[in-house]
Every structure is written in structure tokens, then in C-alpha cells.
Design a binder for this molecule. Structure first.
Ligand SMILES: [Zn+2]
Length: 53
């Protein structure tokens, strides 16, 4: 159902059940690979965008 999301680094579809994940700014993000998770961890702001509030 809603188990699919997008890797914020490369935009690939990922399965939340199996994908590596990390939490940033109180949100959980899922990644297609450990490599994308590492890239995100190195510079999260670049991938989540700063939409402000
Ligand atoms: Zn990715």
C-alpha cells in the first residue's frame, strides 16, 4: 500500500520495509542504498530542501 517512497538523494522508488533509513529533523527518510544514505547524512539540507515554515 503505502510502503513505497522515494529516495531523496536519487529519486528512485524504495520500499520502506527493507530500505536503509535515517532520521533528520524529526522525519524519517528511506534510501535505495547505503551509499545514498551516506550521501544524505553528509549533507542533509541539500536533499530535503529548505522550504522554510
Ligand atoms: Zn538513492
Amino acid at each position: 500500500m503505502q510502503n513505497q517512497t522515494e529516495c531523496p538523494v536519487c529519486g528512485m522508488s524504495v520500499d520502506q520495509q527493507t530500505a536503509p533509513s535515517t532520521t533528520y529533523d524529526a522525519q524519517t527518510y528511506f534510501f535505495c542504498s547505503e551509499g545514498c544514505r551516506d550521501a544524505f547524512a553528509a549533507d542533509p539540507g541539500r536533499y530535503v530542501g529548505n522550504t522554510g515554515s
